[in-house]
Design a protein around this ligand. Structure first.
Ligand code: NAI
Length: 332
């Protein structure tokens, strides 16, 4: 069967890597800059495969329109699938596949980058020296060596991240309802209940998926359980943190540093240039006003290696599905 795939929310870099990877598959690819949602779903008419990105809307209504247009497979080019109504997809007979792992190094290294930048205030130093200000006031950091790092979620990314940070001489604490990761234990990690991890960590980093059970895992109560002046890093999903609780925690000094690569309300904002518009999200605007907060726009995955792996795995998933030997399915 000829395969025709529409790639929503695509940018030039998606076009480049997918076109290159498609040389071995030969599918008909259509690139669409718009986000997939109730209005744009009709654009997929006639395409048997739809390829959404992380902030695309893949709810029941959208899936209904896709089914009516002949879509048989949703091939996510992401690991996370919290934005897909899997029950509806199942009812409509639409398969859903994803890219469970592409480059855990990309995300883990970005989390490490946020920690180093926040701690040593490299973002402020960069602006300062460009402006001829060579003073050090306000740039005081701390040694990572000997400090305690709490990793919440020790799957593929959390484990790589833990091993990187062990290289700095940090003490590793971990929390995960699943089986402990032997390589992390070898790197010295101790598994603890969430409350104990929060109470003992100098830095807390989130690497678990967004599920009903992890929604607002970090809220005002969890922030209050942490050490005063703690650093919090989130490269998981925005909904893991109750963002409205962050502003108070930062103002009081309970939260000393915050690094976010994901944000609860990032849909419609991240991946776009809004520099000519007024930011309407008051919580995000307030967060961006703190010097000890860094927000990156869901870029942790964004390395050459990861993009290429994503494109190859996505197209491979499509082939496997149409060959009748599905892989990387999210259900059935
Ligand atoms: P994974 O599935 O290998 O690991 C997730 C781990 O979280 C599992 O070990 C699971 O048992 C654990 N977990 C589940 N519930 C938990 C809870 N309540 N508390 C603690 N741990 C819990 O996933 P992977 O590949 O390591 O990715 C983790 C997350 O990172 C993804 O779900 C995705 O949301 C996010 N991500 C973000 C990217 C970015 O660009 N910022 C890129 C790729 C992934």
């Amino acid at each position: 069967m000829p395969i025709s795939m529409i790639v929503f929310s695509s940018r030039q870099y998606d076009r480049d890597v997918f076109t290159e990877a498609n040389a071995t598959f030969g599918y008909t690819l259509q690139f669409q800059e718009s986000q997939l949602d109730a209005q744009t779903a009709v654009l997929a008419h006639g395409c048997n495969v739809v390829c959404p990105f992380v902030n695309d809307v893949v709810d029941e209504a959208v899936l209904g329109t896709l089914r009516d247009g002949g879509t048989q497979l949703v091939a996510l080019r992401s690991a996370g699938f919290n934005h897909v109504d899997l029950d509806a997809a199942k009812r409509f007979g639409i398969g859903v596949v994803r890219v469970p792992a592409y480059s855990p190094y990309a995300v883990a290294e970005h989390a490490a980058g946020l920690i180093l930048t926040l701690n040593r205030k490299l973002h402020r130093a960069y602006a300062r020296t460009r402006d001829g200000d060579f003073s050090l006031n306000g740039l005081l950091g701390f040694d990572l060596h000997g400090k305690t790092l709490g990793i919440i979620g020790t799957g593929v990314i959390g484990r790589v991240f833990g091993k990187i940070m062990a290289g700095f001489g940090m003490t590793l604490l971990a929390h995960d309802p699943g089986p402990p990761a032997s390589d992390l234990i070898e790197a010295g990690a101790r598994y603890l209940p969430l409350e104990a991890l929060l109470a003992q960590s100098d830095i807390v980093s989130l690497h678990c998926p967004l599920l009903p059970s992890t929604y607002h895992l970090i809220d005002a109560a969890a922030l209050a359980q942490m050490k005063r002046g703690v650093m919090l890093i989130n490269t998981g999903r925005g909904g893991l943190i109750d963002s409205s609780a962050l502003v108070d925690a930062l103002k009081s000094g309970q939260l000393g540093h915050l690094g976010l690569d994901v944000y609860e309300e990032e849909g419609g904002l991240f991946f776009e240039d809004h520099s000519n518009h007024l930011l309407q999200d008051d919580v995000l605007a307030r967060l961006l006003s703190f010097p000890n907060v860094i927000v990156t726009s869901h870029q942790a995955f964004f390395t050459r290696e990861a993009l290429s792996e994503i494109a190859n795995t996505t197209l491979g998933n499509v082939k496997a599905w149409f060959d009748g030997s599905p892989r990387n399915q999210t259900h059935f």
